[in-house]
Design a protein around this ligand. Structure first.
Ligand code: SF4
Ligand code: SF4
Length: 241
């Protein structure tokens, strides 16, 4: 549950995704199946780094990774993903809203998604992590043509936590420590899921535009981690911003 429901960070992140999923509901999309979830999970097995990046943030967060605490991030799972993971063990349960604010957040989930909570880092099972866990802290970046050209850090987690004054996810300042194998594999995953679900595509068109708008307005830079096959692409660089 949310210990601090007013924490702005993940709420913004979740609301953007949920809004777009709700939009797609009207379009009559076909829900993902557990077979598809198994396939997507199989694409998301690369490690983010060569070391345990939790060591970078645990010290400032009561000994737990920042991104694994429900007050910082409540993962949104596909219902088929929840079913798949429940068949594997009891790591996940549906998130129960407590406050009025929580309840409003819960309502933003689309018909085929659920806000979920895991039992905590002490019980984490690598193969039972959700897509949200596996992809964090990166999401796709689409260029001015709305073509995916790489991954970028989830913007909210590049900011400082108001309680600790520390950057929420320290990895967002360590681009060079992200394994290229992770970027390459996740690029494939994002390409596939955006083709499968239009709302995911629309979500990231909008978040990418918003990064560019902010860059133009304030000069704030953002990182784009490119897959191996696009590193030398002049087209990708030409339309990046
Ligand atoms: S991804 Fe970021 S927030 Fe999560 S454990 Fe690694 S450094 Fe900490
Ligand atoms: S399943 Fe593991 S990686 Fe995902 S939030 Fe829970 S502890 Fe973190």
């Amino acid at each position: 549950m949310l210990e601090n429901p007013t924490t702005p960070a993940i709420l913004i992140y979740i609301n953007i995704r949920a809004f777009n999923l709700g939009h797609n509901m009207a379009a009559g999309f076909k829900d993902l199946t557990t077979e598809e979830i198994r396939y997507y999970h199989s694409l998301l097995t690369e490690e983010l780094t060569d070391f345990d990046c939790g060591d970078l943030c645990k010290g400032d967060n009561g000994g737990e990774p920042y991104c694994c605490k429900a007050e910082h991030a409540v993962p949104l799972l596909y219902k088929a993903e929840f079913e798949h993971l429940k068949a594997m063990g009891d790591l996940w349960h549906e998130w129960k809203p407590v406050t009025g604010e929580d309840k409003k957040i819960k309502e933003t989930a689309s018909r085929d998604q659920l806000f979920c909570e895991c039992k905590g880092i002490a019980h984490c099972v690598r193969d039972q992590r959700s897509i949200s866990c596996r992809t964090f802290p990166l999401e796709p970046y689409l260029d001015r043509r709305n073509v995916i050209i790489g991954l970028t850090f989830v913007r909210d987690f590049t900011q400082r936590d108001p309680d600790t004054g520390k950057v929420k996810c320290p990895m967002t300042r360590r681009k060079n420590d992200v394994r290229q194998e992770f970027v390459d594999a996740h690029f494939v995953f994002w390409e596939k899921i955006m083709l499968r679900r239009e709302e995911e595509f629309e979500t990231y068109v909008e978040t990418s535009r918003s990064l560019r708008r902010e860059r133009n307005r304030t000069g704030r830079q953002f990182q784009v981690l490119m897959p191996s096959h696009l590193k030398e692409s002049r087209m990708a660089r030409k339309f990046m911003y």
